[in-house]
Structure formats: C-alpha cells, structure tokens
Design a protein. Sequence first.
Length: 558
Amino acid sequence: MPRLPVFPAGLRWLPVCLLGAALVILNTWPLAAGLDRQARADSFDGQYGLWQAAWVAHALESDPLNVYNANIFYPHHSTLAFSEPTLLAGVLGLPAYLVTRSPYATHNLAVLGFFLLAFLSAYALGRHLTRQEIPAIALGISYAFSPFMFARTAQLPMMGIFGLPLTALALQRLVESPSLRTAAGVAVALLLQALACGYYTVFALLLVGFGVLYFGALPSHRRNARYWRAVVAAAVMSIVCLVPLFWPHLQLAREQGFSRPVDEAVKLAADWRAWFASSARAHRWMLPRLGHWNEVLFPGFIPVALGSVGAVVCLRGGADASERTPSLRAVAGFYILCAVLSIWLAFGPAGGLYTLLYNTVPVFAFIRSAGRFGLVAALAFGALMALALSYIAQRSATGRTVAIVATVLLAAELYSAPRGFTPALPVSPVYRVLAKAARGPVVEFPMFPRRLELNATYVLMSTAHWQPLVNGYGAFWPADLQQLAAATASFPSPESLEHLRKWGVRYVVVHPPLYERHGLASAADVISRLDALQGHLTYLASDQAVRLYQLNDGMPRP
C-alpha cells in the first residue's frame, strides 16, 4: 500500500486540520449549512448557550474588561459567573458575531470550533504517545466524536472538552522532560481548559494531581529533584493563571453561599445503563433494550475492544525506557487507572470515592453531575486504543493497513449525522424598538417564580437589545430575585409595579399569550389589566404576542 505523503515540518498540521474540519462538518451536518438559521434552541440550556456565546462576543467587541458583568440578573454584578462563563466560546464565535450579529451564527461557529479543537488536541496526544499518524487520528476521532460529546450539543460549555487531552499531553511532556518550559505548558493547558469550561478544569486538575503522584512514585522519578522542581513550578504558574478566572466564582460562593450539595450528585450520577447509551447510528439498536438511562457514556465498541488490547499488550511490554523516561507499561498503567477511577467516580456518592473527594477536595463543591467523569474514561480508552493500533501497525507489513481499516471503521461506528436542530426562534419587532430606546433596566413577564428556568427565552431575546435585564438563567439564582419573582406574581397590578419601581425598572415587556399557555391567566385578562394601569405604564410598542411599556416614575435602585 502506498505511504502517505510527507509534509514539511511547518505544514505537517495542515492536512490534519483539513481532515478534522471535514470530519466535524460531516458529523455535525447540517449545522454548517445553516449557521444562522438553526441550533439546539429546543431546551433552556440551549437557549442560554446561544446567549452565552453572543454575550461574550459582544463584550469582547464593546467592553472586554466588563465581560463578567453580563446584562442579566440586574442589578447584580459578575453575573456571567452565575453559570459557566465559557469565554473561549465567545472568542471562537467572534468572527461570526462581527459579521452577522446573530447569536445563532456565533454559537454554532463556537460549536464547530470546539469539535475541531477536541479532535486536534486528542490527535496531538496520540501523536506524542505513539509517534504515528493513524493511531493519533483514531484517538482524535474517538474523543472528539464520542457519544458523550454529542449528548452535550445543547450545553455549550460542556462541549469545551479539548483541554483534557491537552492537559494530559502537557503532563506527559513534563514527566518526560521536567523544566520550566514543560511546567508552563501544564499551566497553559489548564488555563485554556478554564477559558472553555471550568467544570472540566476540575477534571483536568485531578488528572494532573493524580499523574504527578503516579509518575512521581516511579523509580525513575521518585528522587528526581528536577522533576519535583518542575512540578512545584507548574503548580505555582497554574495558580497564577487560574485564580483570576475562578475568582468571581469564589466570590459568589463566599457572598451568596453557592455550592453543590452532595445530594444533587446522587440524582445526576451514572447508572450501569449509561455506559451502553449512545446516539451513534451504529449503537441505536441497543437503546430499546436499555429502557432508561441517565447519561450517555458508551465510548464505542472499537475503543473499548482495542483499548483493552492496548492495556494487555503494554502491561506485558516491560520497562524498556531510559532512567528518566517512563516505560510504555507505566504510561498504559496511568490510563488504565484513569479509566477505572473515572468510571468509579461517575457512579457518584453511591460508589463511595466521589463522597470521599467531596469531603476532602474543596473544588468538588462546584460539581454536581458525577456522570460527566465518563469523559475521562472516554479519553483513557482512546489513548489505550491508540497504543494498540501503534502496536498492530508495527507488527507486520499489513499491520498499518489493519490500523487504517480500524480507524475508518471507528469513524463509521461513531457517526451519528444528520443531527437534529430546531429553526431559529423569531425575534419580535418589539425588541428592535427596545434596542433603540434609552438605556434602562428591563423586566419581562410572566417571570415564572415557580419555574425560573422558563426565563431562558427572555435571556436569549436580550441579544437583540442588550439592555440590562432583571430576568436571568443559570446554575445560580440570587435569593432577592427569587423574592422579586414571587412578589410580582400578581402582575399586572398596582402593588407589583411598586416592587418594580423600588428595583429601578424602566421598561416592562409583557407576553400575554404565555400567561394563557401556562395557565396563569387569559391573554385578554392580562391586556385588560394592563390597560387599567395607563397612569403607571406608558405604551411603547406591541405585536400579536409581545407588548412593551415604560414604567412611569421609575427610580434608580441604590
């Protein structure tokens, strides 16, 4: 079989990037065909993700220093920290935002970018582990297009998974060649992961911490002063890089008492069925047999089978490395233990290990979805699979052909397109009027005090005007805003307007059909009560579903 063409060192990444881009477009089709016309806007998380990407891009263009002071949950500050900031998504989507001003195009370009970064970072790890192209490409495919990833397409921050293989690569380089440069590589990898998703930064920190202890216990590193100096340097630089990003979250925890009770992890832990759940077309025959599952964690038949082969082959290999370089057996042992521990943690408090770490590691207070530890298992199986393919490719003249065929079959096994996306939600002309109005706080009704997540649509629609919005959506809801929602449940009424005046509200957006849809009141009754408040509200604009008013005698909130 003819060998693949050899590219100059400076262009070696070009064909890999082109291959990755082609695979991303194919596996997410038809997303690329309608960047500004569709998305996973059928869920509250999906609508919030659209706003996230657009807000960060908007802030980067207009006021980068205030990117955390988002336009939701007025008058609270640093409200982007009330959930995952996912700053990198705004960076990836910025070109689309500058051209289109569309939250959909901004979000979708970020999604495609996250897929490509996941493929490239996993490829880089595989290339370092095996020094071969085909096993590295296989690792990129198994990780970037894993069923776990496709289960997160409605949760933009959860798609920022590229930092884990990047961190594993930086750790491997530090272990093999301890220095200030490789220590800085670990810090940079953690920083990039934190810019994409703070949740997975906790996973990356655990990966580094475990790896440092694991490789440090090896005879080649146990008394290696250079290794331990590099570890200390990496720790210091990582703290310097991460503290500014995590500071708003730490402030939130201190001021508002925000944390994740361990009981929440019980509800969001994986069960055994989750390890067989997958959205890939080749796996759908299994789903009716599972009945119910609470996570999507199946890595695929080929990664599991070849990963098991890689584990056995490498463990039999022996210590064939130099005095300061871990053997292939040691590297495989690291990924085997990563797979075992992550599967154990994914079962949550029921497994015991999660509870132990929750009570001893402070950052666990921010984690509630224990099942997401399955991502680390997907990476570990992929790394072991790459080692197996490397072994096969070197065994005989036909081994490389076998590795190529296995990689093609892997891509076919994990293929799940075409994906289901919903059309972009229409934007009422009322929001265009609001965008041109003088700047002032906005509140939208109904506020849904018993179902606060229903405010996600209002958050998405704020991308059309960027006025400060009292409503919000996120992992944390301020107690005073919950109280305001309850106090104004009678809106439209004179007493509810008094609460709004004290809050400093200037504009009120009302959706009469939503009152009727959710059984709160008839649309006609809401409009009638609004008409009765003409002395308090000045009509500005309306269409068939949305009405805009200015609150008379509104006053700034202290």
